[in-house]
Design a protein around this ligand. Structure first.
Ligand SMILES: NC(=O)c1ccc[n+]([C@@H]2O[C@H](COP(=O)([O-])OP(=O)(O)OC[C@H]3O[C@@H](n4cnc5c(N)ncnc54)[C@H](O)[C@@H]3O)[C@@H](O)[C@H]2O)c1
Length: 386
Protein backbone atom coordinates (compact mmCIF):
# COMPACT_ATOMS: atom_id res chain seq x y z
CA UNK A 1 0.00 0.00 0.00
CA UNK A 2 2.16 2.90 -1.25
CA UNK A 3 1.05 5.87 0.84
CA UNK A 4 1.87 9.54 0.44
CA UNK A 5 2.71 11.68 3.47
CA UNK A 6 2.36 15.36 2.56
CA UNK A 7 3.92 17.66 5.16
CA UNK A 8 2.71 21.25 5.44
CA UNK A 9 5.78 23.08 6.78
CA UNK A 10 8.02 20.48 5.11
CA UNK A 11 11.29 22.31 5.77
CA UNK A 12 10.67 22.86 9.50
CA UNK A 13 12.37 20.97 12.35
CA UNK A 14 9.61 18.42 12.97
CA UNK A 15 9.11 17.74 9.24
CA UNK A 16 12.83 17.42 8.49
CA UNK A 17 13.33 15.05 11.43
CA UNK A 18 10.30 13.01 10.27
CA UNK A 19 11.71 12.82 6.73
CA UNK A 20 15.24 11.82 7.84
CA UNK A 21 13.67 9.31 10.26
CA UNK A 22 11.43 7.71 7.62
CA UNK A 23 14.33 7.46 5.15
CA UNK A 24 16.65 6.01 7.82
CA UNK A 25 14.04 3.42 8.86
CA UNK A 26 13.50 2.47 5.20
CA UNK A 27 17.26 2.04 4.69
CA UNK A 28 17.60 0.00 7.90
CA UNK A 29 19.98 2.61 9.35
CA UNK A 30 18.02 3.12 12.56
CA UNK A 31 15.50 1.34 14.78
CA UNK A 32 11.91 2.34 15.56
CA UNK A 33 12.45 3.70 19.10
CA UNK A 34 9.71 6.26 19.74
CA UNK A 35 7.40 4.83 17.04
CA UNK A 36 4.20 3.72 18.77
CA UNK A 37 3.05 1.85 15.63
CA UNK A 38 5.95 -0.58 16.08
CA UNK A 39 4.78 -1.72 19.53
CA UNK A 40 3.25 -5.23 19.53
CA UNK A 41 -0.18 -3.86 20.59
CA UNK A 42 -0.40 -1.52 17.60
CA UNK A 43 1.66 -2.89 14.72
CA UNK A 44 0.15 -5.17 12.10
CA UNK A 45 -0.73 -5.76 8.45
CA UNK A 46 -3.19 -2.84 8.04
CA UNK A 47 -0.45 -0.21 8.42
CA UNK A 48 1.64 0.86 5.44
CA UNK A 49 5.28 -0.15 5.94
CA UNK A 50 7.87 2.60 6.42
CA UNK A 51 9.28 1.50 3.06
CA UNK A 52 5.90 2.28 1.45
CA UNK A 53 5.77 5.91 2.64
CA UNK A 54 6.41 8.48 -0.10
CA UNK A 55 7.19 11.95 1.23
CA UNK A 56 6.41 15.40 -0.12
CA UNK A 57 5.15 18.75 1.14
CA UNK A 58 4.75 22.51 1.02
CA UNK A 59 6.70 25.29 2.70
CA UNK A 60 6.93 29.06 2.47
CA UNK A 61 10.75 28.99 2.68
CA UNK A 62 13.15 27.38 0.20
CA UNK A 63 16.04 26.34 2.49
CA UNK A 64 17.26 23.01 1.03
CA UNK A 65 16.16 19.99 3.05
CA UNK A 66 19.73 18.69 3.25
CA UNK A 67 20.83 22.01 4.78
CA UNK A 68 18.01 21.87 7.36
CA UNK A 69 19.01 18.27 8.18
CA UNK A 70 22.67 19.33 8.61
CA UNK A 71 21.58 22.17 10.92
CA UNK A 72 19.56 19.75 13.02
CA UNK A 73 22.53 17.34 13.14
CA UNK A 74 24.83 20.17 14.27
CA UNK A 75 22.30 21.01 17.01
CA UNK A 76 22.30 17.40 18.25
CA UNK A 77 18.72 16.69 17.21
CA UNK A 78 19.63 13.85 14.83
CA UNK A 79 22.84 11.92 14.02
CA UNK A 80 25.03 13.53 11.35
CA UNK A 81 26.00 10.09 9.98
CA UNK A 82 22.36 9.62 8.86
CA UNK A 83 22.35 12.88 6.90
CA UNK A 84 25.61 11.86 5.17
CA UNK A 85 24.29 8.36 4.39
CA UNK A 86 20.96 9.63 3.01
CA UNK A 87 22.17 12.32 0.59
CA UNK A 88 20.47 10.80 -2.47
CA UNK A 89 17.26 9.95 -0.64
CA UNK A 90 17.02 13.51 0.73
CA UNK A 91 17.57 14.87 -2.79
CA UNK A 92 14.69 12.70 -4.01
CA UNK A 93 12.36 14.12 -1.31
CA UNK A 94 13.60 17.64 -2.15
CA UNK A 95 12.18 17.13 -5.67
CA UNK A 96 8.75 16.44 -4.09
CA UNK A 97 8.60 19.70 -2.12
CA UNK A 98 6.57 22.58 -3.52
CA UNK A 99 6.46 26.28 -2.61
CA UNK A 100 3.29 27.39 -0.84
CA UNK A 101 1.21 29.14 -3.54
CA UNK A 102 1.04 32.92 -3.34
CA UNK A 103 -1.04 35.62 -5.07
CA UNK A 104 -4.58 35.49 -6.44
CA UNK A 105 -7.63 34.71 -4.34
CA UNK A 106 -7.73 32.03 -1.67
CA UNK A 107 -9.76 29.93 -4.16
CA UNK A 108 -6.85 30.19 -6.65
CA UNK A 109 -4.35 29.16 -3.97
CA UNK A 110 -6.55 26.27 -2.82
CA UNK A 111 -6.82 25.06 -6.44
CA UNK A 112 -3.00 25.16 -6.73
CA UNK A 113 -2.68 23.13 -3.50
CA UNK A 114 -5.20 20.57 -4.77
CA UNK A 115 -3.21 20.27 -8.03
CA UNK A 116 0.03 19.66 -6.11
CA UNK A 117 -1.64 16.94 -4.05
CA UNK A 118 -3.33 15.15 -6.95
CA UNK A 119 -0.18 15.37 -9.13
CA UNK A 120 1.84 13.82 -6.27
CA UNK A 121 -0.72 11.01 -5.85
CA UNK A 122 -0.81 10.26 -9.59
CA UNK A 123 2.95 10.65 -10.21
CA UNK A 124 3.71 7.94 -7.63
CA UNK A 125 0.62 5.75 -8.09
CA UNK A 126 -0.29 6.21 -4.41
CA UNK A 127 -3.27 4.52 -2.80
CA UNK A 128 -3.80 7.70 -0.78
CA UNK A 129 -2.04 10.80 0.54
CA UNK A 130 -2.27 11.82 4.20
CA UNK A 131 -1.73 15.56 4.69
CA UNK A 132 -0.04 16.36 8.01
CA UNK A 133 0.19 19.95 9.22
CA UNK A 134 3.53 20.59 10.96
CA UNK A 135 3.81 24.25 10.01
CA UNK A 136 4.18 27.23 12.35
CA UNK A 137 1.43 27.70 14.97
CA UNK A 138 -1.06 30.43 13.99
CA UNK A 139 -3.14 32.75 16.13
CA UNK A 140 -6.88 31.94 16.27
CA UNK A 141 -8.59 33.50 13.21
CA UNK A 142 -11.27 36.18 13.34
CA UNK A 143 -14.76 34.60 12.98
CA UNK A 144 -16.26 34.86 9.47
CA UNK A 145 -19.86 33.92 8.49
CA UNK A 146 -18.51 31.66 5.70
CA UNK A 147 -16.88 29.40 8.34
CA UNK A 148 -20.32 27.92 9.01
CA UNK A 149 -21.18 26.32 5.69
CA UNK A 150 -19.29 24.72 2.74
CA UNK A 151 -21.26 26.52 -0.02
CA UNK A 152 -20.80 29.94 1.63
CA UNK A 153 -17.12 29.14 2.14
CA UNK A 154 -16.55 28.17 -1.52
CA UNK A 155 -18.17 31.45 -2.60
CA UNK A 156 -16.26 33.59 -0.08
CA UNK A 157 -12.90 32.11 -1.11
CA UNK A 158 -13.29 33.58 -4.60
CA UNK A 159 -13.48 37.10 -3.15
CA UNK A 160 -10.67 39.42 -2.05
CA UNK A 161 -10.82 38.58 1.71
CA UNK A 162 -8.47 36.22 3.55
CA UNK A 163 -11.39 34.10 4.77
CA UNK A 164 -9.36 31.16 6.08
CA UNK A 165 -6.09 31.08 8.05
CA UNK A 166 -3.34 29.14 6.16
CA UNK A 167 -3.81 25.88 8.14
CA UNK A 168 -7.52 25.85 7.22
CA UNK A 169 -6.79 26.56 3.55
CA UNK A 170 -4.50 23.49 3.53
CA UNK A 171 -7.23 21.48 5.28
CA UNK A 172 -9.76 22.68 2.68
CA UNK A 173 -7.43 21.65 -0.15
CA UNK A 174 -6.70 18.28 1.49
CA UNK A 175 -10.33 17.23 1.86
CA UNK A 176 -11.22 18.64 -1.59
CA UNK A 177 -8.47 16.40 -3.02
CA UNK A 178 -9.90 13.44 -1.04
CA UNK A 179 -6.94 13.33 1.36
CA UNK A 180 -7.19 12.59 5.10
CA UNK A 181 -5.86 15.49 7.19
CA UNK A 182 -3.92 15.39 10.47
CA UNK A 183 -3.16 18.52 12.48
CA UNK A 184 -0.07 18.19 14.66
CA UNK A 185 -0.32 21.90 15.62
CA UNK A 186 -2.76 23.90 17.75
CA UNK A 187 -3.81 25.95 14.68
CA UNK A 188 -7.43 26.00 13.50
CA UNK A 189 -6.88 23.57 10.60
CA UNK A 190 -10.06 21.63 9.97
CA UNK A 191 -11.85 22.85 13.13
CA UNK A 192 -14.48 24.96 11.39
CA UNK A 193 -18.04 23.70 10.76
CA UNK A 194 -17.73 24.36 7.00
CA UNK A 195 -14.59 22.22 6.82
CA UNK A 196 -15.83 19.31 8.92
CA UNK A 197 -18.97 19.25 6.75
CA UNK A 198 -16.77 19.26 3.64
CA UNK A 199 -14.67 16.39 5.06
CA UNK A 200 -17.90 14.43 5.59
CA UNK A 201 -18.98 15.18 2.00
CA UNK A 202 -15.66 13.84 0.72
CA UNK A 203 -15.76 10.90 3.18
CA UNK A 204 -12.28 11.50 4.57
CA UNK A 205 -11.14 10.98 8.16
CA UNK A 206 -9.17 13.61 10.09
CA UNK A 207 -7.31 13.87 13.39
CA UNK A 208 -5.77 16.49 15.68
CA UNK A 209 -4.92 18.75 17.39
CA UNK A 210 -1.46 19.55 18.67
CA UNK A 211 0.96 16.67 19.19
CA UNK A 212 1.39 15.63 22.83
CA UNK A 213 5.13 15.23 23.30
CA UNK A 214 6.33 16.83 26.54
CA UNK A 215 4.85 18.61 29.55
CA UNK A 216 1.26 17.81 28.54
CA UNK A 217 2.16 14.13 28.02
CA UNK A 218 3.39 13.98 31.62
CA UNK A 219 0.29 15.87 32.82
CA UNK A 220 -2.00 13.36 31.08
CA UNK A 221 -0.39 10.59 33.14
CA UNK A 222 -0.21 12.43 36.48
CA UNK A 223 -3.60 14.21 36.51
CA UNK A 224 -5.59 10.91 36.37
CA UNK A 225 -3.44 9.62 39.25
CA UNK A 226 -4.55 12.52 41.47
CA UNK A 227 -8.17 12.00 40.38
CA UNK A 228 -8.09 8.21 41.00
CA UNK A 229 -6.57 8.64 44.48
CA UNK A 230 -9.18 11.32 45.26
CA UNK A 231 -6.44 13.86 46.07
CA UNK A 232 -7.38 17.53 45.67
CA UNK A 233 -5.07 19.38 43.30
CA UNK A 234 -4.91 22.97 44.57
CA UNK A 235 -2.53 24.45 42.01
CA UNK A 236 -0.64 23.33 38.93
CA UNK A 237 1.84 25.80 37.42
CA UNK A 238 4.26 25.15 34.62
CA UNK A 239 6.85 27.04 32.67
CA UNK A 240 8.25 25.91 29.33
CA UNK A 241 11.50 27.31 27.98
CA UNK A 242 12.19 26.57 24.34
CA UNK A 243 14.11 27.86 21.33
CA UNK A 244 13.98 26.77 17.67
CA UNK A 245 11.52 27.96 15.02
CA UNK A 246 8.57 26.87 17.17
CA UNK A 247 9.86 28.84 20.18
CA UNK A 248 10.48 31.95 18.05
CA UNK A 249 6.99 31.73 16.59
CA UNK A 250 5.44 31.26 20.04
CA UNK A 251 7.06 34.52 21.16
CA UNK A 252 4.10 36.07 19.28
CA UNK A 253 1.42 36.58 22.00
CA UNK A 254 -1.48 35.39 19.80
CA UNK A 255 0.25 32.14 18.72
CA UNK A 256 1.36 31.69 22.35
CA UNK A 257 -2.25 32.02 23.55
CA UNK A 258 -3.40 29.31 21.10
CA UNK A 259 -0.72 26.94 22.42
CA UNK A 260 -1.35 27.67 26.11
CA UNK A 261 -5.10 27.04 25.67
CA UNK A 262 -4.35 23.69 24.10
CA UNK A 263 -1.96 22.73 26.95
CA UNK A 264 -4.40 23.54 29.79
CA UNK A 265 -7.38 21.49 28.58
CA UNK A 266 -6.08 18.23 30.06
CA UNK A 267 -6.39 19.42 33.69
CA UNK A 268 -9.97 20.69 33.66
CA UNK A 269 -11.23 17.69 31.77
CA UNK A 270 -9.33 15.06 33.80
CA UNK A 271 -9.81 16.50 37.28
CA UNK A 272 -13.31 17.90 36.74
CA UNK A 273 -12.19 21.30 38.07
CA UNK A 274 -9.46 23.79 37.25
CA UNK A 275 -6.79 24.22 39.93
CA UNK A 276 -5.03 27.57 40.33
CA UNK A 277 -2.05 28.32 38.15
CA UNK A 278 -1.30 28.31 34.45
CA UNK A 279 1.25 27.37 31.83
CA UNK A 280 3.79 29.82 30.47
CA UNK A 281 5.92 29.48 27.37
CA UNK A 282 9.10 31.52 26.99
CA UNK A 283 11.42 31.73 24.02
CA UNK A 284 15.10 31.19 24.85
CA UNK A 285 17.02 31.16 21.57
CA UNK A 286 20.07 29.44 23.08
CA UNK A 287 18.03 26.28 23.79
CA UNK A 288 17.49 25.55 20.10
CA UNK A 289 15.25 22.55 19.56
CA UNK A 290 15.52 21.40 23.18
CA UNK A 291 12.89 22.25 25.75
CA UNK A 292 12.79 22.39 29.53
CA UNK A 293 9.49 22.32 31.39
CA UNK A 294 9.22 22.80 35.17
CA UNK A 295 5.94 22.03 36.88
CA UNK A 296 4.93 22.54 40.50
CA UNK A 297 1.76 20.84 41.75
CA UNK A 298 0.35 21.48 45.22
CA UNK A 299 -2.32 19.11 46.48
CA UNK A 300 -4.20 18.16 49.59
CA UNK A 301 -4.75 14.71 51.03
CA UNK A 302 -6.74 13.21 53.93
CA UNK A 303 -7.62 15.75 56.66
CA UNK A 304 -6.49 18.53 54.31
CA UNK A 305 -2.76 17.82 54.68
CA UNK A 306 -0.87 19.88 52.06
CA UNK A 307 1.76 18.24 49.83
CA UNK A 308 3.63 19.04 46.61
CA UNK A 309 5.06 17.42 43.52
CA UNK A 310 7.63 18.94 41.15
CA UNK A 311 8.94 17.61 37.89
CA UNK A 312 11.42 18.74 35.27
CA UNK A 313 11.24 17.57 31.68
CA UNK A 314 14.20 18.02 29.33
CA UNK A 315 13.05 17.00 25.86
CA UNK A 316 14.24 17.25 22.28
CA UNK A 317 10.98 18.35 20.71
CA UNK A 318 11.55 17.24 17.13
CA UNK A 319 12.95 13.84 18.15
CA UNK A 320 9.82 13.30 20.27
CA UNK A 321 7.43 14.57 17.60
CA UNK A 322 8.84 12.98 14.41
CA UNK A 323 8.02 9.31 15.18
CA UNK A 324 4.47 10.37 16.13
CA UNK A 325 4.07 12.14 12.78
CA UNK A 326 4.96 8.84 11.07
CA UNK A 327 2.64 6.90 13.42
CA UNK A 328 -0.25 9.26 12.67
CA UNK A 329 0.31 9.04 8.92
CA UNK A 330 0.32 5.20 9.05
CA UNK A 331 -2.74 4.92 11.32
CA UNK A 332 -4.74 7.56 9.45
CA UNK A 333 -3.94 5.89 6.12
CA UNK A 334 -5.12 2.52 7.50
CA UNK A 335 -8.30 4.11 8.89
CA UNK A 336 -9.02 5.74 5.51
CA UNK A 337 -8.43 2.40 3.74
CA UNK A 338 -10.90 0.77 6.17
CA UNK A 339 -13.58 3.35 5.31
CA UNK A 340 -13.43 5.52 8.44
CA UNK A 341 -14.64 9.08 8.02
CA UNK A 342 -14.97 12.04 10.39
CA UNK A 343 -12.79 12.67 13.47
CA UNK A 344 -10.53 9.76 14.45
CA UNK A 345 -11.24 10.07 18.17
CA UNK A 346 -9.28 6.87 18.90
CA UNK A 347 -6.10 8.75 17.99
CA UNK A 348 -6.56 11.05 21.04
CA UNK A 349 -3.46 9.34 22.51
CA UNK A 350 -1.29 11.52 20.26
CA UNK A 351 -2.84 14.93 20.97
CA UNK A 352 -2.98 17.65 23.63
CA UNK A 353 -6.40 18.80 22.46
CA UNK A 354 -7.98 15.72 20.85
CA UNK A 355 -10.85 16.18 18.41
CA UNK A 356 -14.28 14.78 19.20
CA UNK A 357 -13.50 13.43 22.68
CA UNK A 358 -12.90 14.68 26.21
CA UNK A 359 -10.78 11.64 27.13
CA UNK A 360 -7.43 13.05 28.24
CA UNK A 361 -6.04 10.23 30.40
CA UNK A 362 -3.12 8.63 28.56
CA UNK A 363 -4.06 5.18 29.91
CA UNK A 364 -7.66 5.42 28.59
CA UNK A 365 -6.38 6.82 25.29
CA UNK A 366 -3.92 3.93 24.99
CA UNK A 367 -6.74 1.38 25.43
CA UNK A 368 -8.74 3.09 22.66
CA UNK A 369 -5.73 3.21 20.35
CA UNK A 370 -5.05 -0.51 20.87
CA UNK A 371 -8.75 -1.30 20.17
CA UNK A 372 -8.62 0.71 16.94
CA UNK A 373 -5.40 -0.99 15.84
CA UNK A 374 -6.90 -4.43 16.54
CA UNK A 375 -10.03 -3.58 14.52
CA UNK A 376 -7.97 -2.30 11.62
CA UNK A 377 -5.75 -5.39 11.56
CA UNK A 378 -8.70 -7.76 11.87
CA UNK A 379 -10.31 -6.23 8.79
CA UNK A 380 -12.29 -3.42 10.34
CA UNK A 381 -15.45 -5.51 10.90
CA UNK A 382 -16.23 -3.76 14.19
CA UNK A 383 -14.68 -0.45 13.26
CA UNK A 384 -16.87 2.49 14.29
CA UNK A 385 -17.57 4.21 10.95
CA UNK A 386 -19.42 7.46 10.56
N1 LIG B 1 8.03 19.45 18.36
C1 LIG B 1 7.06 19.15 19.15
O1 LIG B 1 7.22 18.42 20.12
C2 LIG B 1 5.68 19.65 18.82
C3 LIG B 1 4.61 19.22 19.60
C4 LIG B 1 3.34 19.68 19.29
C5 LIG B 1 3.15 20.55 18.25
N2 LIG B 1 4.21 20.98 17.52
C6 LIG B 1 3.93 21.93 16.46
O2 LIG B 1 4.54 21.52 15.24
C7 LIG B 1 4.76 22.68 14.44
C8 LIG B 1 6.15 22.62 13.82
O3 LIG B 1 7.14 22.74 14.81
P1 LIG B 1 8.66 22.95 14.35
O4 LIG B 1 9.48 22.89 15.57
O5 LIG B 1 8.97 22.06 13.21
O6 LIG B 1 8.60 24.47 13.82
P2 LIG B 1 9.52 25.14 12.70
O7 LIG B 1 9.36 26.60 12.89
O8 LIG B 1 10.88 24.55 12.70
O9 LIG B 1 8.83 24.70 11.32
C9 LIG B 1 7.67 25.28 10.81
C10 LIG B 1 7.78 25.30 9.30
O10 LIG B 1 6.52 25.77 8.77
C11 LIG B 1 6.79 26.61 7.68
N3 LIG B 1 5.62 27.45 7.42
C12 LIG B 1 5.18 28.56 8.07
N4 LIG B 1 4.05 29.03 7.51
C13 LIG B 1 3.75 28.18 6.50
C14 LIG B 1 2.70 28.15 5.52
N5 LIG B 1 1.74 29.05 5.51
N6 LIG B 1 2.71 27.16 4.60
C15 LIG B 1 3.68 26.21 4.59
N7 LIG B 1 4.71 26.21 5.49
C16 LIG B 1 4.73 27.18 6.43
C17 LIG B 1 8.02 27.40 8.12
O11 LIG B 1 8.68 27.99 7.01
C18 LIG B 1 8.85 26.28 8.77
O12 LIG B 1 9.68 25.63 7.82
C19 LIG B 1 4.50 23.90 15.33
O13 LIG B 1 3.22 24.42 15.06
C20 LIG B 1 4.54 23.30 16.72
O14 LIG B 1 3.75 24.03 17.66
C21 LIG B 1 5.46 20.55 17.77
Amino acid sequence: MRTGVWLVGARGSVATTSIVGALALRAGLTGPTGCVTELPEVRGPALPAFADLVLGGHDVVATPLAKRAEELAAAGVLPGRLVAALTEELAAVERELRPAPTGGTQADRAAALVRDLTDFRERHGLARVVVVNVSATEPAPRPHPAHADPAALRAALTGPDEVLPPSSLYAYAAVTAGCPYVDFTPSTGLRLPALTALADEHRVPYAGNDGKTGETLVKSVLAPMFAMRHLAVRSWSGINLLGGGDGANLADPDANAAKVRSKQRVLGETLGYLPQGGTRIEYVEEMGDFKTAWDLVTFAGFLGTGMRLEFTWHGCDSALAAPLVLDLARLTAAAHAAGHTGPLTDLAFFFKDPLGTTTHSLADQWTRLCDLARQLHEGGADAPRR
